[in-house]
Design a protein around this ligand. Structure first.
Ligand code: AMO
Length: 442
């Protein structure tokens, strides 16, 4: 790999990669070659434009010169040559004197993506867009982040599950639900693994996690919504309250960011100009009603008829937390029952509030979590209160009829986490292939 060249001694090497740039000068040709690990300068010092009867290697040199002159951006080549360390070469301090060059796969000359192409064009040609080092880094960071989370779960003896994405009923609410034909009938795409995460608690699995797709028929075109996204979910038994869920959540975030900082901190600084901050624990916690008061005192009244926060309010409370505690994360807790799903547990003695939270990262919601209602009579009553049909929920309610421990969990949008971590302006940048109301291709 190109990244390994600097550590090698001078001598013969063989590299492959994509042509990034060609500088075809009269007496010397330069090629910048890139693979997924980095870029290196190739040099052809033996440029020959006309046959030279005196030179026994005339044919070889002519051929090499014309091959290089005709290279198009993005063409995949394999080169053999001599590696030379040279301090004056800005690109990594090494270059390769080309001996042979093989065009493995030619790229069309009209590269559809330019440095100034808009996001839509880049998404049309996502495979070319992903060749850019920044984009490559996003998915390396994602891999490292998820691996760190996975290690925490495994240390805590959690079980990984893969829940079905085809369902007979809605998994969150009737809103934002994709319907699909299913033989003679109909099915729905899972909006969340919610019900099946809870089933694992009834099944005695204790702690479980899943990283998988979630679907929302959300027609909005914001920078943080997709119709399909990757949901990072966990659910655990034997909790006393949502506080236990938040503790696990914090532990995961800290482990994820620490691993990302250690492995990619330098590259992230270089390519995105961002210093990854590993948050301290505990993360600040503010009850939602108090958070709304705080932003109101600071001049912003959340313009909503219900008790919820809005994105601007989230940004403002995050700014307050950053000022006051120097923290990028804040748990907003104790959401009103009126704005939470039927399965959230209400506070003893104050049924107006739930044992739930949202986690805000750099001003945007990344997660919802809660202790769940596990007492069947209460759960059933709550479903009815929310206008749901207990018959349609029959299979789910059955989980609670045969003994289920107190439990809770959270769902976290992976693409949003990456967007906020890497200071990107859109979830499209941090989704391998974005899906939105008007995007199903490629
Ligand atoms: P919620 O609906 O809040 O909760 O979703 C959890 C997290 O998923 C992400 N998310 C999205 N990301 C991109 N595009 C979307 N359209 C989108 N919708 C949601 C967000 C959000 O915070 N079952 C509960 C979780 C739980 O309680 O365990 C749920 O789905 O980051």
């Amino acid at each position: 790999m190109i990244k390994d060249l600097a550590a090698r001694e001078d001598g013969p090497v063989r590299v492959s990669g994509w042509v990034e740039k060609v500088r075809d000068q009269r007496y010397v040709q330069f090629v910048v070659l890139r693979d997924e690990s980095g870029a290196v300068q190739l040099v052809n010092g033996g440029v020959l434009r006309e046959p030279d009867p005196e030179n026994p290697r005339s044919d070889i040199l002519l051929d090499r010169t014309s091959t290089i002159a005709e290279l198009t951006h993005g063409t995949f080549i394999t080169v053999t040559g001599e590696l030379q360390h040279n301090e004056r070469v800005k690109l990594g301090g090494v270059e390769i004197q080309i001996e042979t060059i093989e065009v493995v796969a030619r790229a069309l000359p009209d590269n559809p993506v330019a440095a100034d192409s808009g996001l839509d064009v880049r998404m049309d040609w996502r495979f070319l867009d992903l060749r850019r080092p920044e984009q490559n880094l996003v998915f390396r960071v994602q891999t490292t982040f998820l691996n760190a989370l996975r290690q925490v779960w495994i240390e805590h003896d959690f079980i990984e599950v893969q829940t079905p994405k085809l369902m007979a009923s809605a998994s969150e609410s009737r809103a934002e639900l994709f319907e699909v034909e299913y033989f003679e009938g109909q099915a729905f795409l899972a909006q969340s693994p919610q019900f099946f995460k809870q089933m694992a608690q009834a099944a005695g699995f204790g702690g479980i996690f899943e990283v998988g797709p979630a679907f929302r028929a959300d027609p909005s075109f914001t920078s943080r919504h997709a119709t399909e996204f990757t949901s990072v979910d966990a659910e655990l038994s034997w909790i006393d309250s949502h506080e236990d869920v938040m503790e696990l959540h914090e532990e995961l975030i800290v482990a994820g960011l620490a691993a990302v900082k250690e492995k990619h901190g330098e590259a992230i600084q270089k390519l995105f100009g961002i210093e990854i901050e590993v948050p301290t624990r505990p993360f600040p916690r503010i009850p939602l009603a108090e958070a709304k008061e705080i932003v109101k005192e600071r001049g912003y009244e959340v313009p909503r008829a219900d008790a919820d926060m809005d994105p601007e309010g989230e940004r403002r409370i995050a700014a307050y937390v950053k000022e006051k505690y120097g923290h990028d994360f804040v748990f907003l807790t104790d959401y009103a029952w009126s704005i939470r799903p039927f399965y959230h547990m209400r506070h003893e003695g104050d049924g107006a509030l739930t044992k739930s939270y949202d986690l805000i990262y750099n001003g945007t919601e990344i997660s919802t979590g809660a202790q769940r209602e596990h007492r069947i009579e209460v759960l059933e009553a709550q479903a009815i209160e929310k206008g749901m049909d207990p018959k349609e929920l029959g299979f789910y309610l059955d989980f609670f009829r045969y003994g289920v421990p107190p439990h809770g969990g959270f769902g976290m949008g992976l693409n949003r986490v990456l967007m906020l971590m890497l200071g990107q302006s859109s979830i499209r940048e941090t989704t391998y292939l974005f899906r939105g109301p008007n995007r199903l291709l490629p």
